[in-house]
Ligand binder design. Structure first.
Ligand SMILES: N#Cc1ccc(Nc2nc(N)cc(-n3cnc(CCO)c3)n2)cc1
Length: 287
């Protein structure tokens, strides 16, 4: 347990998952207001003790998230330092990380996937307009707050998680291991982290979403991953040409050639419309 701004957090259960230098646990936040006790389920993100020197970057990530608020951005209640532990207290998002959800579910409809992609593009557009670089866009950092259920006509709802330790502070091998999410320009010397890098990562995340959470370049070693960029390769294209084109445009090796968030949102709207037409073509009255 630890105290921060009158926030008392109690750890529960086992580890739920992990990031690069963090582990996540379910917990309960107890606020004392007007002498009353309010309990809220939370997600506790704990920085690994052997990466204590990252604590400033860890806090920076959480402060970036708590400076801005948007419906598709994760709510960070605060951070607390308890002895050697650095803990970020986040809202507990009901269905957790999207990559695991898609792997488990295996049968998420195309219209749900398009909806998730569009919400992620809206979150990126919001950050882009505030000139804020996220730096770690991937399906693992997209959290599912509500499931989509076409039969119930409900649509999914996502929250973009915090970016974790800033990518430019990471060792070269950690950055290499983030291929194909990390923009190629980050492997140059000096690494150039820009808003355009988030567009590259968005392309790789689109690939994950439409491949049911499959990990791209899974089990490739660092040398093979380095060569993937060295020889300007692309991820395996989707059969859906318009989707494949969007992913390739986002994953353009020239940062400046990548489409703006507005263009991406417009293209996604076109895919949503065309998907709708295909989906309901069978119901179209005979002409
Ligand atoms: N079974 C189950 C289950 C697991 C997790 C959640 N909820 C939740 N809420 C968050 N704010 C963050 C995360 N989270 C998960 N993995 C990471 C590390 C990679 O980012 C972060 N999970 C809900 C249900």
């Amino acid at each position: 347990a630890n105290i921060h701004q009158g926030m008392l957090c109690v750890f529960q259960d086992e580890c739920l998952g992990q990031g690069s230098f963090t582990r996540v646990f379910k917990g309960t936040k107890v606020d004392i207001r007007e002498g009353e006790e309010h309990r809220t389920q939370v997600l506790l993100k704990v920085l690994d003790a052997n990466h204590k020197d990252y604590w400033e970057a860890f806090f920076e990530a959480s402060s970036m998230m708590s400076q801005i608020s948007h419906k598709h951005l994760l709510l960070v209640y605060g951070v607390s330092v308890h002895g050697a532990k650095n803990i970020m207290v986040q809202e507990l998002v009901k269905y957790g990380a999207l990559d695991l959800y898609l792997k488990r579910k295996g049968s998420v409809s195309v219209s749900c996937k398009l909806d998730i992609a569009k919400q992620l593009a809206l979150a990126l557009n919001f950050l882009d307009e505030k000139n804020i670089v996220h730096g770690n866009i991937c399906a693992k950092n997209v959290l599912l707050a509500r499931e989509g259920d076409p039969s119930q006509e409900t649509s999914p709802f996502i929250k973009l998680s915090d970016p974790g330790i800033k990518v430019s502070l990471l060792d070269r091998n950690v950055i290499l291991d983030r291929i194909p999410w990390v923009g190629p320009e980050l492997l140059q010397d000096p690494p150039i982290l820009s808003l355009d890098s988030d567009k590259w990562s968005f392309g790789a995340t689109l690939w994950e979403i439409f491949n049911n959470g499959e990990t791209p370049l899974k089990d490739w070693d660092l040398e093979m991953k380095r060569r993937f960029y060295g020889t300007y390769q692309q991820l395996e294209p989707s059969q859906w040409t318009e989707l494949a084109d969007m992913i390739t445009q986002c994953m353009d090796y020239q940062p400046a050639s990548r489409p703006s968030c507005r263009v991406v949102i417009r293209q996604l709207n076109n895919l949503i419309t065309s998907d709708y037409e295909v989906l309901h073509a069978s119901e179209a009255p005979e002409r």
